[in-house]
Design a protein around this ligand. Sequence first.
Ligand SMILES: Nc1ncnc2c1ncn2[C@@H]1O[C@H](COP(=O)(O)OP(=O)(O)OP(=O)(O)O)[C@@H](O)[C@H]1O
Ligand SMILES: [Mg+2]
Length: 393
Amino acid sequence: MLTRKKTVRLEIRNDRVREHFAVVIASMEGFLVQGVHDTMPADLLILEIGDDTEQDFDYLTRARSTGRAKDFFLTSKNASPEVLIQALRLGVKEFITQPINEVELRKALLKYRDGSDSAPAQQKGPDRKGQIISVLGVKGGVGTTTIAVNLADSLVRLDGQPAVALIDMNRLFGEIPLFLSLEHVFNWVDISKNIARLDATYLTGILYRHRSGLRVLPSPDRVDDKGTVTPQVIEAMLRLMRTMFDYVIIDGGQAMDDISKTILRSADKVLLVAGLSLPCLINVKKLVKIFRELGYPPEPSVEVVINRFDKRSVITLREAEQSTGKKAFWAVPNDFNATMSAINQGKPLSVVEPGAEVTDSIAQMAAALAGRHTGGGREKEKERRAFLGLKLY
Ligand SMILES: Nc1ncnc2c1ncn2[C@@H]1O[C@H](COP(=O)(O)OP(=O)(O)OP(=O)(O)O)[C@@H](O)[C@H]1O
Ligand SMILES: [Mg+2]
């Protein structure tokens, strides 16, 4: 079916920039750039945001309410989080940062041209309310990434193939790409830059699809994210992801900054990963106290997972529970060889060490978190947990 050309209005102060837009748009099929004096309503208005952002956003709001254009792209040298978030709130379709990257601009225009006649990008579907599970290490090196990655992998393998996403929030040294042999993929910084087009379709396009079906969002691999990853961005992301996935697992590392707090506020479950060592147990206590002071996450949603559990350890599980005042939700057995060979091969434990106790344990933890209990397995699990001195939840 032949569709009508989209009319584009350019409201860009800088002549060179305007000319650049006009040339790119004119070279593409399906668009018609309006003349400067054309007063007809346009399909798309590309508006430049200058130094007085407030005035420009006011203009945008007026242009929308008076029907001057149906859809909006913004362009600016200033891609600060405040500007991007404001753009997101106003439902701007694309944010084109200056200097213009022609490839990106073409992609954005193509997406607009081919997408705007069909159904809206945001699928209406049932309003899925996924669970956000944040995995936090009480100390470095306790196995947070191992637990997060293999928990996510176990969830995606559950019957009915739940939709699962795994997010790496270790902003400096995110390692999930290593654990799952991922090549370069989009990350938080890219999302923050494109926050204006943050919708399910966009997100699905940028999340890496692991062969297990798991969707992965690695952390920025750059140090210079220049503050684009803000609590607001994270909040918008998580809100959206909750509607798209049954489970969102976050490898939160050990940070306790504003972003971690935003995640903690959104999380339905927080798993504190600790070892049976004094420093870890002290940190469990400290974190529980911090949570109480913050007023979130609610106490019942915080669970302690003892990793590298060895029943010969000097500190027993019971002592650990007594000293922290928290029952251990799970104890994952110590198996350095299995976990290390999974890491070194860049594959989940279920692939590298399918029968290992550590693999089973994490899979059972996933089933318990998902509220699934496999008939006969429950008895076996009861025995195992009695053996570990844990109660069955
Ligand atoms: N259950 C386990 N048994 C034995 N070794 C384990 C277990 N879980 C993790 N490890 C080992 O601990 C080391 C650290 O694991 P991992 O990278 O998952 O920890 P982390 O807490 O994410 O570390 P970081 O603080 O550097 O992000 C790895 O060598 C891994 O093989
Ligand atoms: Mg880690």
